[in-house]
Every structure is written in structure tokens, then in C-alpha cells.
Design a protein around this ligand. Structure first.
Ligand SMILES: [Zn+2]
Length: 355
């Protein structure tokens, strides 16, 4: 068996763990209940296609400044109205006009059942992360040494960052809020003030470096800079009547391509929350499906390497409850039989699987 088929076999979806549950979809206008069912595989059997719809450079939401990318930022629109799909949002960014008047935000991509739309060039600043455009991705030496690639950052009693419990020389931002020019909150920061995705901390040559951080008064959490300036922002639609899991798979495919093109790693994928403390992407966060989304990206990323090596990968499934992309329309008690077919250098191999 070739490595592609082995990968599908080793990572096949199982009845016990496949997503098949009622979730709540959150929107600023209204919420709704939705039954989410996963796909036959974590790879979406669809060609990667981007619809170019770049905003004019004269738009005030098109910054135009070019910056390096260190992150991919994932959002959801928080907009549940049925006709607010990806095409709708892409045009809003382009024409800067919608029901609520002038639209001044912008993001590189928006995904939905209707496709993946590209609005702002990947290497330009977008206005989506809420962390301003005054600060670039920067690393500061903590003077703490170690070997942990996944260190935990906390804050000491006197307000300094600690890495794996070791006090650094870097002060964490003060918890400070003003209202109508008056200070209404001002105190030393605590570990519990850090957003739930943490603070950027990189191990480089045995030394820990911490990123540029700030206290976000709007959401009351210590957050990271570099969202607007140094990340590719992706909005994902959650509109009523759409197949949200399909949108997430399309998003995962897009993220996988962007990781590869920008030489980024899985740990560089961040929620909007990381940059401002906002509860976004809210539907993934509130339903505990962020890690699942990352598993979709990781699967797509691996398959992308196989495709680039020259493998052609196809799905064959006659089950009436499964479509050509591998989306399960309805999961019944009946076993679903399917085949993964690969063609490489003209040689065809296949693997029979069931769910
Ligand atoms: Zn967001």
C-alpha cells in the first residue's frame, strides 16, 4: 500500500469520534441550533479554487502597506442571516457599503458554501484583528533559557512575564482602562488576564523570546500584536441554511495552502481571540471545535504535500447519504462503504474502507 492510502487508513474517521452533534451557532443578530455531521474523511474531495475579488487600492479599508506574514488568523463573521454568504461579504469589503452604512474593516479571505473569496493581497495589512496597525510582530529576549518548545507564560506577583515559572525581565502590560478621559481601572496584571490562547513565546537557540503584547481594554484581556500587520485574516461564514462543516473544510484547505506558501507551521494558526480577546471564531470556540478545526487543517496540509508530489487522489462512494466531496448528509446506523483511489505515475491503487 502506498503512503497516501496508508495515511487515509491510519487516520480514518471512526463512528466513536466523528463529529455528529447538535451545536449552537452564534451571531450578533440571532443564534440558531444546528446539527453538525462530519465528512467521510478530513480531506475535502474538491479542487482548491480561489475567487479573486480584490478591493481597489483607493478603498480606505485597503491599507496597501506590505508586511511579512507570521500568522493565519481565523474568524467567523458572527453573522447568521441566510443571505450573508461569502460572496456577500466579499462584495461588502470591495464596495465598502452594506445595510449598516460604510464598511471599514477588511480581511484577506472570506469562506462560505459559495466559495473562497480573496479580497486583500496576502502580503498587505488587513483591518480584521482589532490590534491596531501601529505594532509589528516583534520578539523580545526574556533572558530566560530552556529547552521547551511549548513553554507556558504566566505573570509574577509584581507583574513580570514568567516562562515555565522562571521570571523574565519583561513587564506584562498593565491592566488599564479609561472612560471619558478618566481612569476607571488600573492595576498590576495577573496570569488570569491573559487571553486563553496565551502569549507568543518562542524558543530560539536555547533562549525564550516573548512577542509584543498589550492589554485590550475592550475585551479585558492581555493580547498579542501582529494580527492586522502580520497575519492573513480569514472570515468564515456561519449563515443560516449553510453547511457550516463544509465551510470549515474549505477554510481548512485554504489555511493548509497558506501555511505551505508562507512557510508557516500549525502553531502559527491563531484565533482572532489571540489578538484582541474577542470571542471569535465564536461558534468554533463555544462548541469546543477549535481543535477539531486544526485537525482538518493538519490533514489537508499533509494531503497537499502528496498532491504536490504528483498523486491524484479520488473518492468513490455509492452511498446515497454521501456526496461527491465526501460530505455526509445524514449519518444512519448503516455502514458506509467507500474507496480511496490514488493514481501515481499512471499506476492506480485503491483502498476499501468503511465507516
Ligand atoms: Zn473575528
Amino acid at each position: 500500500m502506498n503512503k497516501v492510502l496508508k495515511f487515509f487508513l491510519d487516520n480514518k474517521e471512526k463512528r466513536e469520534t466523528i463529529v455528529n452533534k447538535d451545536i449552537r451557532v452564534y451571531g450578533w443578530e440571532f443564534e440558531y441550533d444546528y446539527h453538525m455531521t462530519g465528512s467521510l474523511t478530513k480531506y475535502l474531495f474538491e479542487d482548491f479554487e480561489v475567487i479573486e475579488n480584490i478591493a481597489p487600492i483607493t478603498n480606505d479599508n485597503r491599507d496597501g502597506r506590505v508586511k511579512p506574514n507570521y500568522y493565519i488568523t481565523v474568524h467567523d463573521t458572527g453573522d447568521t442571516r441566510d443571505y450573508h454568504n461569502a460572496g456577500f461579504w466579499s462584495n461588502v469589503v470591495k464596495v465598502q457599503e452594506w445595510e449598516q452604512g460604510h464598511y471599514s474593516a477588511s480581511f484577506q479571505y472570506v469562506t462560505g458554501n459559495d466559495g473562497i473569496f480573496h479580497n486583500i493581497p496576502d502580503n498587505e495589512i488587513g483591518y480584521h484583528a482589532g490590534d491596531s496597525t501601529y505594532y509589528d510582530y516583534t520578539l523580545y529576549d526574556t533572558l530566560v533559557t530552556g529547552t521547551n518548545n511549548n513553554p507556558k507564560v504566566t505573570i509574577s506577583e509584581d507583574g513580570y512575564y514568567e516562562v515555565d515559572g522562571k521570571k523574565s525581565v519583561l513587564l506584562a502590560p498593565r491592566v488599564h482602562r479609561e472612560k471619558n478621559g478618566e481612569v476607571v481601572l488600573d492595576r498590576l496584571p495577573k496570569t488570569s488576564d491573559i487571553n486563553d490562547q496565551g502569549v507568543l513565546c518562542k524558543l530560539i537557540d536555547g533562549k525564550y523570546f516573548i512577542g509584543e503584547t498589550y492589554y485590550s481594554p475592550g475585551y479585558g484581556l492581555i493580547s498579542n500584536r501582529g494580527g492586522n500587520n502580520n497575519s492573513i485574516g480569514i472570515e468564515s461564514c456561519i449563515n443560516l441554511g449553510s453547511d457550516i462543516y463544509l465551510t470549515w473544510q474549505k477554510t481548512a484547505k485554504l489555511v493548509a495552502h497558506l501555511l505551505k506558501e508562507n512557510f508557516l507551521e500549525m502553531s502559527d494558526i491563531k484565533q482572532h481571540h489571540y489578538f484582541s480577546g474577542k470571542n471569535c471564531p465564536q461558534t468554533m470556540r463555544m462548541n469546543g471545535l477549535w481543535e477539531h478545526f486544526l485537525s482538518l487543517v493538519s490533514f489537508e496540509r499533509r494531503i497537499l504535500d502528496f498532491l504536490d508530489e504528483g498523486y491524484i487522489i479520488k473518492l468513490e462512494c455509492d452511498d446515497p447519504n454521501v456526496d461527491s466531496l465526501g460530505r455526509i448528509k445524514k449519518l444512519t446506523d448503516k455502514t458506509i462503504k467507500y474507496k480511496i483511489i490514488t493514481i501515481y505515475n499512471g499506476e492506480k491503487e485503491e483502498l476499501e474502507l468503511e465507516l
